[in-house]
Ligand binder design. Structure first.
Ligand code: SF4
Length: 341
């Protein structure tokens, strides 16, 4: 198997060029071709000599993973399935969500997930490996909207902070001038709060943070999210409170609303107590029904009532529009179907 060049930094590309007897600047040129000019093959890199390209292609390839399936929703949302390490039976999802003139890509960082949240199709599939930087960055390079993306959320399959080294490198590629040169404001990382890595993320990046909360009561949260035992909500919030979210950087909390489980007046009150004094937003998410799960989605009226209650308690809460309902909307559902096939 050839070594993939996408996902490498200029320093790494320079080392590769030098090890192949090429000048160091050839490594930087390769980086420009991949990240600036979006070249998908060594052959396209026409400012490298033909001999250099031939020599490199004996061992290396650009290696952008191409989707094995694409579904388009009636609302324009597109769900892509990407192979992992070239294996189409182990696929992950990336979802392009259009909204006016914005196009946001929701990307996956792992095949499956170790965290085992009960309401999550990805969690139910078990863990099948962390994605390489090449496989994460491929999602940005291979979607049809690659040149039009306005932002990204690390909210797809997997827990990004459980694959922190590769996610960190991807963030570097996305934000560095030699890479995509995106502002960190265009990027949100969503996590259930893997504490030691969360601190590194907060220290080492300026990207926005979203925390999957779903219930303010630890005894209830742990029922659905076993991670509450290892990384309690209180400790996550204590850490977050040490950082400044009053300026450009934002923190939000994801709250999937389950009828009767986490949408009572008591939950709204407890949530407002938990978040008091923190400049943040709560995103209320409609639950997409999944097989063999005891809880149901809250109705529109119940969602609205819960939002209004939170707002009245001083918590800025909004209901996230549901997208791609007709293309296996629940995260991991399409990948799960693909695996079954
Ligand atoms: Fe993993 Fe996120 Fe699913 Fe929990 S919700 S199992 S962290 S992918």
């Amino acid at each position: 198997m050839k070594i993939r060049l996408c996902g490498k930094t200029p320093d790494e590309l320079v080392s590769i060029a030098v090890s192949e007897g090429l000048p160091a600047f050839a490594g930087r040129q390769i980086g420009e071709w991949i990240y600036h000019k979006r070249a998908s093959s060594l052959d396209a890199m026409t400012n490298l000599s033909k001999a250099a390209r031939e020599k490199l292609s004996e061992k290396y390839e650009v290696g952008i993973a191409m989707p094995v399936d694409v579904r388009t929703s009636s609302d324009g949302t597109r769900k892509y399935l990407f192979p992992v390490d070239g294996d189409p039976s182990n696929a992950v999802e990336a979802v392009m969500i259009p909204d006016g003139d914005r196009k946001t890509l929701c990307v996956s960082s792992q095949a499956g997930c170790k965290m085992g949240c009960k309401f999550c199709m990805t969690g139910r599939q078990g863990f099948h490996g962390s994605l390489s930087v090449a496989d994460i960055i491929s999602q940005f390079l291979a979607v049809d909207e690659a040149e039009e993306l306005t932002g990204t959320v690390f909210m797809g399959m997997g827990e990004p902070l459980d694959n922190w080294e590769n996610v960190k490198k991807t963030l570097e590629i996305l934000t560095a001038p030699w890479g995509f040169a995106w502002s960190p404001k265009r990027i949100t990382l969503s996590t259930i709060g893997v504490l030691p890595r969360l601190k590194e993320f907060l220290d080492q990046s300026k990207c926005h943070l979203a925390v999957s909360l779903h219930n303010p009561y630890p005894v209830e949260r742990v029922e659905m999210m076993p991670v509450e035992k290892a990384f309690p909500t209180r400790e996550i919030l204590d850490l977050i409170r040490k950082y400044d979210f009053t300026g450009q950087r934002r923190v939000s909390f994801e709250y999937t609303v389950f009828k009767g489980w986490n949408d009572t007046p008591a939950h709204a009150k407890e949530l407002s107590k938990l978040l008091r004094g923190l400049e943040c937003r709560v995103n209320l998410i409609r639950f997409h029904k999944i097989p063999d799960f005891p809880y149901s989605p809250a109705s529109e009226a119940e969602m609205t009532a819960f939002r209004d209650r939170l707002n009245a308690l001083g918590v800025m809460a909004t209901i996230r529009a549901s997208r791609g309902e007709d293309i296996y909307a629940a995260c991991g559902l399409l990948a799960g179907k693909h695996k079954e096939k």
